[in-house]
Ligand binder design. Sequence first.
Ligand code: PMT
Length: 409
Amino acid sequence: MILKNKKVLIIIGGGISAYKALDLIRLLKKNNVSIKTILTKSGKEFVTPLSITTLTKNKTFEDIFDKNSEAEIDHIALSRWADVIIVIPATANLMTKLSIGKAEDLATTVLLASNKDILLVPAMNVRMWLHKATQRNFKTLLDYGYNFIGPVKGEMACGEYGEGKMSSPRQIYAYLKSYFNKRNLVKNKNYKAVVTTGPTREYLDPIRYISNESSGKQGYEVALALNKLGIKTKLISGPTSLIFSKDLTIKKIVTAKEMMNEVKKTLPVDIAVCAAAVSDYKPINKNKNKIKKNISNIENIKIEKNPDILNYLSKNNKTRPKIVVGFSAETENVVQNSKKKIKEKYCDLIIANDVSTKEIGFNSDYNKVFIIDKNGKIKSIPKNKKSFIAASIAKIILDKLLMNDKNIN
Ligand code: PMT
């Protein structure tokens, strides 16, 4: 039922498991899925266009320069048509091409040009799968936002046993069902999120301010990842040099007070993620003119605490978002100190990161985090690109929200 009238573009790669694509097509067709297929040149060595067409009742697309159809349907149109794109089997070779962004035929061009979710179903010999090059490509593709179904452990066509076997058509079918189920739920619920990111600036005079090294990258990636899951997301950002995607609603602010006001204006939301490095203190008064360099002027600077946005969100009974997520920047005892913070700040999850090194945390493209829930359960995500970390966080938040809503309804 959930799959009825969904549009799935199936790209058939060149591996022995390509024949299983026919089984998948049969299963999906039985569930009234609309299917279009791209058959790669090497895929054609394993399955024929005739067998595919017989099952799909549609022609297969094979060539990027197809004179009969170019005007009517090109690589962009194929991607636009699809609700989701699935690559079966995703060979080591195809994964390499995708990881370097090579667009040399219709399949790779569609994949590079698409903004739809792409599900890769790898299948290869165990040694090929475990090879450092493939594993590096796997990580790169995860970081680019590709989704993987399998591979699983088992006996392969070459007679060897291990990881690299393709997920079965039934497993792929089950994945698709749960994928569309989740998407439907999110769409129907019309979920909204607010994410804070970047530093705040607290001015002492027209040119000097208290701030920190936050680049805004981590929070921006979380906002993008939530948005990609279908959650309408507003990003409230302190001063950064980021170039923001047009897909997000962005509000730029400078001070903690402005950030707080914008957050308040955005309520009610279902999810709040506070990734901003808000200055804890601000000068009580901003001097109208540049402060002169004598010591008494400096000594007379008085500071006060800024409002705590995360605290406001999680303690606000009237408009408390269903899921409130804080970040915790620590230079020592990262987990221990963050566990305390989750209690002090009443949030549902806290994302703890070590900011004592330049390799991760502030201003780096990478991070390494511990996701801690209010019961003290910890999931650690090893060092990876901030976009990858953000996608993992976004998925966990959505699962928590769906679970929360299921329990309420
Ligand atoms: O921006 P990047 O360069 O990508 O770096 C990412 C990051 C290191 C800034 C990010 O991952 C991070 O850790 N953000 C939180 C930084 C921080 O201020 O941590 P904290 O432990 O001091 O604060 C705890 C929580 O309270 C945070 O969610 C913070 O947003 C929130 N807070 C703090 C003070 C305040 N006045 N208002 C708040 O909402």
